[in-house]
Ligand binder design. Structure first.
Ligand SMILES: Nc1ncnc2c1ncn2[C@@H]1O[C@H](COP(=O)(O)OP(=O)(O)OP(=O)(O)O)[C@@H](O)[C@H]1O
Ligand SMILES: [Mg+2]
Length: 290
């Protein structure tokens, strides 16, 4: 049977601050979307291999995002699928793992002066369009040699934030990077939304302040807030599932945080559908079979 051609949406998940849930939210959102029948590819662009480790995939000895970025291997040959016997990825989630080789990207670019840094992901992502419903680019903290190509190629950015004292300044910086990427690299890039996670219940004063900041500051061109209505609670189930190399939906599907991620998955797709409706593009998964 020929694979159906999918209307691939490429999402860069970011925030320049470390440890704010970028990787967790990428994996759990892909898990929630998998339950909705969607197929996702996560490309781990972080040298510290957060997504690769959380999915219990190898950080050594396999093709990785380094080979994908440098064109040393074709994009398809860097993907770990969920048919692999050595790596048990969650259903409907594929992964391009990261490796320490990403540290050599600077040297690679110096040795290959004709390559344009910001364009490194264009050809690989073009090859993968049509094969997945979603390609998630899990970016590192700080602007690095992998964040810029990710913002150049993405259709949308999703920002992740956790309540802490530096959250507001980090978000402000992330927003200004998106504006810079729109101006200098990718005029089609849009901020899809901001997800707040690890929110303590009951909400602390800090969490309430962050909610208001995001609600009021992260808005679209007509002033509608880009904060996702869904908020993800702080819970130990997140680390427990990570230790088991599973999504929360797999690990403890009846946990309230699993339901929060399901609610986010639904909201995420509704937001995309509304944007598509405005621009007259077909919905994800609705493109005719090949
Ligand atoms: N809802 C949550 N409840 C409790 N802990 C959480 C929650 N979400 C994420 N965490 C924890 O917060 C830590 C940071 O999360 P994560 O690694 O996803 O952030 P990150 O932004 O990808 O970090 P880095 O910048 O290092 O890549 C992890 O230990 C993760 O388990
Ligand atoms: Mg991470």
């Amino acid at each position: 049977m020929t694979e159906k051609i999918r209307n691939t949406v490429v999402i860069a998940v970011g925030n320049q601050k470390g440890g704010v849930g970028k990787t967790t939210n990428t994996i759990q959102l892909a898990g929630a979307l998998a339950e909705r029948g969607r197929k996702s590819l996560i490309i781990d662009l972080d040298m510290t291999s957060g997504a690769t480790k959380a999915l219990r995939a190898p950080t050594d000895g396999w093709n990785s995002s380094f080979e994908l970025l440098t064109g040393a291997e074709s994009a398809e040959d860097t993907i770990i699928t969920n048919d692999e016997s050595e790596v048990a990825l969650p259903p409907n989630i594929h992964l391009v793992p990261s490796s320490r080789k990403l540290a050599e990207l600077d040297t690679f670019l110096v040795q290959n002066p004709w390559l344009i840094h910001q364009n490194l992901l264009i050809e690989p992502i073009n090859r993968l369009r049509g094969k997945y419903d979603y390609v998630f680019l899990d970016t590192p903290p700080q602007k690095t040699k992998t964040t810029i190509p990710a913002l150049k190629v993405a259709d949308f950015a999703v920002l992740s934030a956790m309540p802490d004292h530096l959250a507001v300044s980090a978000l402000a910086e992330a927003l200004s990077d998106i504006v810079a990427a729109q101006r200098h690299a990718n005029p089609n890039l849009a901020l899809l939304g901001v997800i707040l996670c690890a929110v303590p219940r009951p909400k602390t004063r800090l969490a309430t302040a962050l909610v208001s900041y995001v609600q009021e500051t992260c808005v679209d061109h007509v002033g509608m807030t880009l904060k996702f209505r869904t908020e993800i609670s702080r819970s130990v189930v997140v680390q427990e599932a990570q230790r088991a190399g599973q999504t929360i939906m797999q690990y403890q599907g009846d946990h309230p945080v699993a339901d929060e991620y399901r609610a986010w998955g639904k909201e995420f797709e509704e937001r995309l559908a509304a944007i598509r409706q405005k621009s007259g593009v077909a919905e994800t998964g609705e493109v005719a079979n090949a």
